[in-house]
Design a protein around this ligand. Structure first.
Ligand SMILES: Nc1nc2c(c(=O)[nH]1)N[C@H]1C(S)=C(S)[C@@H](COP(=O)(O)OP(=O)(O)OC[C@H]3O[C@@H](n4cnc5c(=O)[nH]c(N)nc54)[C@H](O)[C@@H]3O)O[C@H]1N2
Ligand SMILES: Nc1nc2c(c(=O)[nH]1)N[C@H]1C(S)=C(S)[C@@H](COP(=O)(O)OP(=O)(O)OC[C@H]3O[C@@H](n4cnc5c(=O)[nH]c(N)nc54)[C@H](O)[C@@H]3O)O[C@H]1N2
Ligand SMILES: [Mo]
Length: 768
């Protein structure tokens, strides 16, 4: 904790001058050349680049400045004038760098040259690209001879559709489906839940639905920080008088009120928009109960209406024609008692009935959700309950209505679409066999959690990371890091230095790549790449800035380089042709996945991109029953690991601050939550503090209530009183990741349950 540490509740609206100030200070700090601010004006515009921050939809008619504070920060972070040349690594040994904070590692600037770790000196030393590919190829070939399934090909959700397609093909030609991506820690609960209920793996809402909706329900998604451009849609909806009902344990500023920093009139005389019309501060992990309360209230109101001959509350015609499982679901909701719902959710029956009335009065409802639902033991059930709720009112496949999972990384949804998945049934394997004349592996590959288990057990011998900061993002940090050092090979394709590059295998390469904002010149000229946004729309993105160094290669060139050095020559896979002209990769994607990508290159020219087909929008249900399915769940307990009646046990959620992008920490401040200069805090309810005998400013150790033989603790967090429901606590991700047992994940999707970890406090062992 620094002398700059202070706590100062933020009482202004999200957006506004605070936002502009923050952007300005970033451009200064990163020493952004004049191209930087200019680059911002091309962000999310036709002919420009797609923001490298979140995956929120890019409108067909963009705002003059279609970026947000956090998008601007992400741009500045990538376009920084700072560099980490080979000389930096000659100066600093890896063991020394391991002592650096996450922020300091990345703040050094862009990586510039390919490097290999030198065991003798413990330094990363420059190698040529040819040496790097040859070395990696030799290692991968040797591992293949022993066991082709011992290698993991991870992708963090940023790389383009073109790179991703090439990468999944590399893994499959190598011989496995070990293609976990960041989605496995994120929206995999969605990808498992929605195909069962509505027959699509993604959301059904398009941007124009926001113009027609007449109620919005938001569960566990921090719009103002994680997808700020969505505040425009929320603000427009509020101006039309659309109610917004929010379920979140914390009163997040962006969901409370908003001033549009891009509207001159609002900036001069702030016209605050009250964002949420009803804010329900439920307990974390209480969503199944809260959603049950909503469904119960609606079903019972409908029962009464039917008995009295009044207007129906549910969409009976839709339910009869389009759904299956309603009766069993309704019976289970009728049976669920209000006392249990109130106890588990921490919300009153009255508050839930008020929210249900808002729902019942709306003709078209959008249900939005994020990590607050997916990162739980019952993450899949949480998502299915949102689907149940919407189905009750026929809110799928109706203009202005639908389900809206807000994806994380800017192309995480698209990576899954083009085959980066450990689930062979989701990849176009038959098409790949036909196109490239080989027999693709059919065995299910490893998820993120299984990859970690494989490393712990010694079955996994190599890890290739296409972006990301895997070791820092996964649970159980203190168990994972030592196991990672036993790997034979680690390879990272990256823009900036992070901890995963330092927790390396016996042989380790660090390969610096172009970022998406940079001009990508290949033999066929300047290249365009593509991505899929959160609403299933494909966009083109073209770099605008000069590359950080002329020694960088593009991601497609690096994937091709590894592939050519590793795989037997296959004349049907044009690695070099693909690198020369990415349009050729798009032609292959169109052949492999014609339903989604037919005429890919031609359709890309459409302003605003083109949408993927979503059967559920047309009320065609590609589910096993051919109908939209209501799904029940076992019981209301959100977390089977939460010990009963342990009065001293708190339910810890791990959060993102206003000033981070996942493991990239821009600064130690969290402006919207009023926390400055430190991330080593434990946010607690005042009653819990009194009950557990701790005071503001006390340092405590936080220990996981163990589910196995491994002790797990984070030391020296500062107790900080916060507006959070009793029994709940919050800390930051990734600092609190040592507390999450690897086995503590969503039962059906294996997404680590980062939003409900049972913990106890102890007197600290850490020095002050
Ligand atoms: N600026 C910025 N933007 C980002 C990211 C970033 O780190 N920084 N990360 C990107 C990525 S990869 C992702 S996945 C998304 C993540 O974006 P979000 O989905 O918003 O994820 P979080 O910020 O982790 O948490 C969301 C909210 O869930 C609430 N919450 C916690 N537990 C519960 C619960 O049990 N129930 C309910 N109802 N709410 C709960 C928290 O208070 C928080 O407001 O954002 C993407 N965009
Ligand atoms: N406790 C807890 N843990 C969590 C979460 C949580 O809420 N709580 N959230 C989870 C979620 S939703 C996610 S998505 C994961 C995130 O996990 P990851 O996606 O693995 O991690 P990031 O922090 O996004 O990765 C940042 C790194 O990506 C590299 N990078 C940036 N841009 C590029 C690029 O253009 N190309 C390449 N090749 N590399 C690039 C940089 O080197 C940077 O250091 O973390 C998960 N872990
Ligand atoms: Mo994510």
């Amino acid at each position: 904790m620094t002398d700059k540490t202070h706590f100062d509740p933020y009482t202004h609206a999200a957006g506004g001058w605070g936002s502009l100030k923050a952007v300005g200070s970033y451009l200064l700090r990163e020493r952004i050349p004049i191209a930087g601010p200019l680059a911002l004006w091309k962000q999310n515009k036709p002919g420009g680049f797609a923001c490298v921050s979140c995956a929120w939809a890019k409108p067909e008619h963009p705002h003059p400045a279609e970026f947000c504070e956090n998008g601007a920060k992400a741009t500045a972070w990538e376009l920084t004038a700072k560099r980490l040349p080979a000389a930096f690594f000659e100066e600093h040994a890896v063991t020394e760098l391991l002592g650096w904070a996450d922020h300091d590692l990345e703040a050094g600037g862009r990586l510039t040259v390919p490097m290999k770790w030198d065991a003798e000196s413990d330094h990363y030393l420059e190698v040529s690209w040819a040496q790097a590919f040859e070395g990696i190829g030799a290692e991968l070939k040797a591992l293949h001879a022993q066991d082709p399934s011992s290698v993991v090909f991870y992708a963090s959700g940023r790389a383009s559709l073109e790179t991703s397609y090439m990468y999944q093909l590399l893994a499959r030609l190598y011989g496995n489906n070990n293609l976990p991506d960041s989605s496995n820690m994120c929206h995999e609960s969605t990808s498992v839940a929605l195909p069962e209920t509505i027959g699509v793996p993604v959301g059904t809402v398009h941007l124009d639905d926001f113009e027609q909706c007449d109620a919005i329900f938001i569960f566990g998604q921090n719009t103002g920080v994680s997808s700020p451009r969505m505040l425009h849609q929320l603000q427009d909806a509020r101006r039309r008088g659309v109610p917004i009902v929010t379920f979140n344990p914390l009163r997040e500023r962006g969901l409370v009120e908003f001033v549009n920093p891009q509207s001159p009139t609002e900036m001069l005389t702030p016209a605050h928009t009250q964002v949420s019309t009803q804010y329900l501060q439920l307990k974390n992990g209480g969503d199944l109960a809260a959603l049950s309360g909503l469904c119960k209230a609606l079903i019972e109101a409908d029962d009464r209406a039917r008995a009295e001959g009044g207007t129906r509350v549910l969409d009976a015609a839709f339910i009869a024609e389009h759904t299956q499982g309603f009766e069993a679901f309704a019976a289970s909701m009728r049976q669920t008692g209000w006392a249990l719902i109130e106890a588990e959710s921490g919300l009153s029956r009255e508050a839930l009935e008020t929210a249900a009335a808002t729902f019942a009065n709306a003709r078209a409802v959008i249900g939005i959700y994020g990590m607050g639902l997916t990162q739980h033991r019952k993450g899949v059930e949480n998502v299915q309950m949102v689907s149940n709720l919407l189905l009750l009112g026929g809110h799928i496949g109706r203009p202005g209505a639908g389900i809206c999972p807000v994806r994380g990384h800017s192309n995480v949804q698209g990576q899954r679409t083009v085959g980066i998945t450990e689930k062979p049934e989701l990849a176009p394997l038959d098409k790949l066999a036909e196109l490239y004349g080989f027999e693709p592996p059919r065995e299910t590959g490893l998820t993120t959690v299984e990859a970690c288990e494989g490393v712990l057990a010694g079955r996994v011998r190599a890890f290739v990371g296409l972006g990301g900061n895997f070791v820092r993002a996964v649970p159980d940090t203190d168990r994972i890091e030592p196991a990672w050092r036993q790997l034979r090979l680690t390879v990272h394709v990256a823009t900036k230095l992070n901890r995963s590059h330092l927790v390396h295998g016996e042989v380790s390469y660090l390969l610096p790549c172009l970022g998406r904002i940079e001009i990508d010149r290949q033999a066929g000229g300047e290249q365009t790449v593509t991505m899929e946004d959160s609403t299933g729309v494909m966009h083109a993105s073209k770099g605008v800035a000069q590359p950080a160094a002329d020694t960088l290669l593009s991601e497609p060139a690096i994937v091709a380089g590894i592939a050519k050095a590793t795989l037997a020559h296959n004349p049907r896979v044009p690695w070099d042709g693909w690198v020369a002209d990415y349009a050729l990769v798009r032609d292959h994607i169109a052949e492999a996945l014609p339903e989604i990508f037919h005429d890919f290159n031609e359709r890309l020219a459409a302003p605003g991109g083109f949408p993927r087909p979503l059967a559920a929008r047309e009320r065609v249900w590609k589910t096993p029953t051919g109908k939209a399915n209501f799904k029940g769940f076992g019981n209301l307990h959100a977390d089977p690991d939460m010990p009963e009646g342990g009065a001293d046990v708190l339910r810890l959620m791990t959060l993102r601050s206003d000033d981070q992008f996942n493991t990239t920490i821009y600064s130690l401040d969290d402006r919207f939550r009023g926390i400055y200069g430190t991330r080593r805090v434990l946010l607690m309810n005042r009653d819990d503090m009194e009950r557990l005998g701790v005071c503001e400013g006390d340092r405590v150790d936080v220990a996981t209530v163990t589910v196995d033989d491994h002790p797990r603790a984070v030391h020296g967090l500062r107790v900080t009183p916060f507006d959070i429901p009793p029994g709940c606590a919050a800390g930051y991700y990734p600092e609190c990741n040592p507390l999450i047992p690897l086995s503590h994940h969503a039962e059906k999707s294996q997404v680590p349950a980062a939003k409900a970890i049972p913990v106890r406090l102890r007197a600290t062992r850490a020095p002050d």
